[in-house]
Design a protein. Sequence first.
Length: 407
Amino acid sequence: MTAPQTPVIRSLLDTDLYKFTMLQVILHQFPQTHSLYEFRCRNKDMVYPLADIQSDLERELDALCQLRFTHDELDYLRSLRFIKSDFVDYLELFQLQRRFVKVSPDSEGRLNIRIEGPMIQAMFFEIFILAIVNELYFRRLETPAVIEEGERRLQAKAQRLKEISAAQNPDDPPFLISDFGTRRRYTLDWQEHVIRTLLEAAPDIVRGTSNVYLAKKIGITPIGTMAHEFLQAFQALDVRLRNFQKAALESWVHEYRGDLGIALTDVVGMDAFLRDFDLYFAKLFDGLRHDSGDPYVWGDKAHAHYKKLKIDSRTKMLTFSDGLDIERSWALHQYFKDRFKTSFGIGTNLTNDMGHTPLNIVLKLVECNGQSVAKLSDSPGKTMTTNNTFLAYLRQVFDVPEPKTEG
């Protein structure tokens, strides 16, 4: 396992692909955008206070901000057809700036992390910081028994994938899963071990990883398009609030012209998304990504929407990425396989299933250009903002009712 003196992040490629795809759009289309991100840990019961890792976290951030892209890494990015050469030239000069991150404990032992600065800097910190916090927290809990339990669970997953592979009907759309677990992984080495183990067990099912460093190292497909922060930023850019989703999708299409065609649907809820996802976007985008709310209800709504637009839903992809494991993914595939192509991004259950309760931590965009932004999640408890007045206004504009329970 990783020795304490080894930095958690050893390469600037060790992040999710969508950080690069979003960063490219920001650099090309709104490079002067200023942003504020805030950290939240949703766990109620911790083995020890998260604030205990503060000094280790500060040291890791110092090390992170020394990293630069190597020529080999830049060549790899340049080989991806949707990454443009001028963006890679920019990354050759790129270095994260430590002054944009502030870390402090609160009186109850929680950890406050605040990232504020140009979005082309601030946005890139997120996955690194979440992976660092996870690894530092669990490093103190590691024993041989933990690794043994993690291995037992991993081998059970590998066996289950072999069974599913053997049971698949060749006439059905393929069952495809990818690793989406960088931000909440146990360690980088464990994440690599998980991917290699599952890839060997079921190469027809394991499609890729969101982690660019591991995709490059293992030789599999890097997976990812956009995250909530991309669409949220348009709530504060130069468009009417009512039009922010359309503006974000239009911006994406302008940048990628047919590549990376999976649209994220839950920034203001699926119903409000579909009102904006007209025939133009429905034809341009390859499919939709689910990240909150009931996945069956969501997929049925997607099917009804494509049907209303007279689009054959079997030509479209539904990507699921909310709290999945292999069994949930397989059940969803079975339910939707006659109507859609499907794929599944599995995170914590792959990369941090060690017997301990995983950390439920996020680093979310809360302000852009000095204005509040928010996500009206389809799952109560996932909504995050620092401004309840703006949240109420956003609900009103998009006709999203107040949920009965809000976290």
